[in-house]
Design a protein around this ligand. Structure first.
Ligand SMILES: [Zn+2]
Length: 227
């Protein structure tokens, strides 16, 4: 019964979702690399791919607050067929402003912060995280100083520039001298590697001195890039 209702909704949805989708115009100088498999799935409202549906079930289990956002259509690159608008990574960790990211990025962020993040906050700072500052989710752009598209152009990356604790303290992501703040941030940066495929932050390079860049870029050999 429920399945039939779901199927009926899926069949009825394309026209509405098509109307709601966003067409994105690339700047003339932006490179157009070969789209990734998911970027070719420019569709609106059809039944979700199995891995996407499974990922969203994981988000619900993790109590992530999210809603589907309008698909982004673009010629070749920068398409985002299944963006989510994420407003919290748990009932206790808000995301401000809301992040437009794909499901796997949201799931990794929730796993990282619900476990390692909260443990590190309590151990080093004496209070849990209540909010993260989203510095960037989806954006169609190249990597700094390079022609290759950033993982942000696939909704596959999240930048975090600040943590707010339940007692109101704000911990900016930056370099600290020997301090509990440094231990807190270094713990998260270290443990993020593996949950995320790319982890950059203070100490990595000048571009990441004031935020964590976390992404899910798939490399051919499955390796990670963490500095
Ligand atoms: Zn980034």
């Amino acid at each position: 019964m429920l399945r039939n209702i779901f199927l009926a909704l899926c069949i009825a949805a394309p026209a509405a979702a098509q109307a709601a989708s966003t067409t994105l115009t690339l700047p003339a100088e932006a490179p157009l690399p070969t789209p990734r498999p998911h970027a070719r799935l420019v569709h609106a409202g059809t039944t979700l791919p199995a891995d996407e549906a499974a990922c969203r079930r994981d988000l619900k289990r993790l109590q992530v607050a999210f809603a589907p956002a309008s698909p982004v259509k673009a010629p070749g690159a920068c398409s985002l067929p299944h963006p989510l608008k994420v407003t919290a990574l748990s009932p206790h960790i808000a995301v401000a402003p809301a992040a437009i990211i794909n499901c796997q990025t949201a799931r990794a962020a929730a796993i990282l912060l619900q476990t390692t993040g909260q443990k590190a906050a309590l151990e080093h700072l004496g209070a849990p995280i209540s909010r993260i500052r989203n510095a960037s989710g989806y954006v169609c752009r190249t990597r700094n100083g390079q022609k290759r598209l950033s993982e942000h152009a696939y909704g596959n990356a999240l930048d975090i520039s600040r943590f707010t604790l339940s007692d109101g303290r704000r911990i900016a992501v930056k370099s600290y001298g020997k301090s509990p703040e440094r231990k807190f941030l270094k713990t998260i940066q270290a443990k993020a590697c593996g949950i995320f495929k790319t982890v950059l932050g203070p100490g990595s390079d000048a571009d990441h001195a004031d935020h964590f860049h976390l992404d899910m870029r798939q490399r051919s050999n499955g390796s990670t890039w963490c500095k």
